[in-house]
Design a protein around this ligand. Structure first.
Ligand code: K7E
Length: 602
């Protein structure tokens, strides 16, 4: 509407006040823009991301916290940080690792009986229904010490950690099958599955890769360890994975980067690891049928039991047409399945191309038993050309991919070029590119790895920030950059410094899919999510003595603890059970005993 028409349409009072406001606002805005050196583009970016006080975000993002072992939660588009969820590492604000209930969760992550107080939290993943995110639970893997955690999104608390019984390191987790049947966790560096010593000279015979299918019980919200199993893989150093969906449901895919089975040895005059591991032009994309593996695993004839855990050997998988290999450009990185499940997009890392494989072509080759050969372990190899839809030259260091809501459109990160490329994987052409700061690893569009990506925002997870923020010492924050992808050109709108760990990957979800609790139910153990056997109600407070063991059943409302005085003798062993009777929102309190390393959050 032109200004003249607007004037005619409005009563005089409104015209005057809105005009005064507009004149005042634009002159003040101009002055601020001038004083702060802001462009119109900056103002637009601010207007797109700013949330006035009390306004909520459209999406919540769950970021791995890298070596902090935690998960970071922030909002899009505001990029405000909301929470750190303690997962693999004790965290006093949440009382995590300081009360008996959370200590039990951390104990699930013990390895060979050893307590682990850190993790490299790596790839978060939501529970899914028909490949869409449901917002019930979040999984995250520990890359350094192969473990998997379950976070209940009703409470944003870690409720379970399981420790992998056969692999020694992992990268290809956590990837969820489309109806949350299993959470996949693939090993990274090949190692003996029996965890005994075998010399490196026996690498080909005694070292193995593997992928564990952790069975998730959606009703209980817990992983069922007894029903979980592992598929043995060759010692090719498996990398990232993804589960099929739609037409590829039932299948899963894993990259690898050392089909040379090279084990280094500069001391003996051999080439360094990196060179030895990238001698071949190709590595192998592993294609396996997880549904069939799970079926096979039910028959004891088909499994080897290692460390009390069922492992389906390579030869059993091969004999049942459940495992195949396809050459892929050497040392690839991410493999990402398209929303319809028809295409697999593989980042070249050492190749300037991304490769797009067509699942229907792969399936045809499998059904026709049209093999190009077999590897050392007898696994059928499918022809690369016959499996490919095509390749696109993107730039240096293509790593990861996330999808747009528009058919065929996706985004790939270029680590070396520090760019995000928007391209069409069906028509195989580049559409747009944008520079990021700096050295991007993962990226994510909103719900970008589900069957229904949203296509409005994209996050670039940059590993370096260099000069973007105020200097805070040699250890810089990472930089998560928010990119508006709703228009024909990608626009950078926000830089969020992440001051915790090396956040590797994020998953994002529409905020209205989450229905977190406002308070805990009184008497609940928040980690088991069942009534606590020690729950104490008002009037039941007591101190029980049994010899020199003193057990206190106390209640707490705000900072008032009942009983107020607890008298014990020197040398008594005192156990305090505290029940918070608080019913109001946002009224948590700490509890501490000085000099005893005792602390809780109620
Ligand atoms: Cu690409 Cu470990 Cu997911 Cu890092 S990973 S970039």
């Amino acid at each position: 509407m032109r200004v003249k028409n607007l004037l005619k349409a409005l009563p005089i009072g409104i015209i005057l006040s809105s005009f005064c406001f507009a004149a005042y606002a634009s002159s003040e805005l101009d002055a601020i823009m001038k004083a702060r050196g802001l462009s119109e583009k900056d103002i637009l970016a601010a207007a797109k991301t700013y949330q006035p006080s009390g306004r909520k975000d459209e999406y919540l993002v769950f970021s791995s916290g890298g070596q902090s072992g935690q998960v970071i939660v922030y909002g899009v588009p505001s990029m405000r940080i909301y929470k750190y969820i303690a997962v693999f590492t004790p965290e006093p604000w949440q009382g995590y690792g300081y009360d008996e209930e959370s200590k039990k969760v951390l104990e699930g992550g013990k390895i060979n009986g050893r307590a682990m107080t850190w993790g490299d939290s790596h790839h978060p993943a939501f529970t899914e229904k028909n490949g869409e995110y449901t917002g019930d639970y979040l999984f995250i893997n520990d890359k350094a010490n192969p473990r998997l955690a379950v976070i209940d999104l009703k409470t944003f608390e870690t409720v379970q950690i399981v420790s992998n019984p056969v692999i020694k390191s992992e990268h290809g987790g956590a990837f969820v099958t489309p109806n949350s049947e299993y959470v996949l966790e693939a090993s990274q560096y090949a190692a003996p599955l029996d965890r005994n010593y075998h010399p490196l000279e026996a690498f080909e015979n005694a070292y193995r890769g593997a992928v564990t299918l952790w069975k998730f019980d959606l009703d209980k919200g817990r992983i069922n360890e007894a029903e979980s199993l592992t598929l043995e893989l060759p010692p090719y150093n498996q990398d990232l994975s993804d589960a099929g969906k739609g037409v590829s449901d039932g299948w899963a895919f894993i990259n690898s980067f050392n089909t040379e089975m090279y084990t280094g040895g500069i001391e003996a005059g051999l080439p360094p690891n990196e060179a030895g591991m990238s001698r071949n032009d190709h590595d192998y994309l592993h294609v396996f049928n997880w549904k069939k593996i799970a079926e096979l695993g039910k028959d004891p004839k088909n499994v080897k039991v290692i460390n009390g855990h069922r492992v389906v050997p390579i030869e059993v998988a091969v004999a049942n047409d459940a495992l195949f290999l396809i050459p892929e450009p050497k040392s690839p990185h991410g493999v990402d399945v398209s929303p319809d499940g028809k295409y697999l997009v593989i980042g070249g890392k050492l190749d300037t191309h991304a490769s797009v494989y067509d699942f229907e072509k792969i399936k045809k080759l499998i059904d026709a038993k049209d093999y190009a050969g077999k590897d050392t372990f007898g696994i059928p190899i499918l022809d690369m050309k016959k499996s490919l839809h095509g390749q696109v030259e993107l730039g240096l260091g293509p790593l990861h991919t996330a999808f747009d809501s528009k058919d065929g459109v996706l985004y790939t990160s270029l680590y070396v070029d520090s760019q995000v490329v928007r391209w069409d994987y069906k028509k195989l052409k580049v559409l747009d590119r944008i520079n990021v700061h700096y050295n991007i690893g993962h990226l994510d569009s909103m719900e970008g790895k589900s069957t229904k990506p949203k296509g409005d925002w994209l996050l670039a997870l940059d590993k370096l920030s260099i000069d973007r923020f105020n200097p805070v010492g040699p250890l810089h924050p990472q930089n998560h950059q928010l990119i508006d992808i709703s228009g024909p050109k990608m626009e950078l709108t926000y830089d969020l410094p992440i001051p915790l760990g090396e956040p590797h990957d994020v998953v994002s979800i529409a905020a209205d899919k989450l229905t977190p609790k406002v308070t805990f139910d009184i008497g609940t153990d928040s980690r088991t999510e069942k009534p606590s056997p020690y729950a104490t109600l008002a009037g039941q407070e007591r101190v029980e003595r049994d010899g020199n063991n003193v057990t206190v059943y106390a209640t707490m409302v705000r900072s008032h603890i009942n009983p107020e005085r607890i008298t014990v003798n020197k040398g008594d062993h005192v156990k305090i059970h505290l029940s918070s009777l608080e019913r109001a929102q946002d009224e948590t309190h700490g509890f501490a005993v000085d000099s005893m390393n005792v602390h809780a959050s109620l």
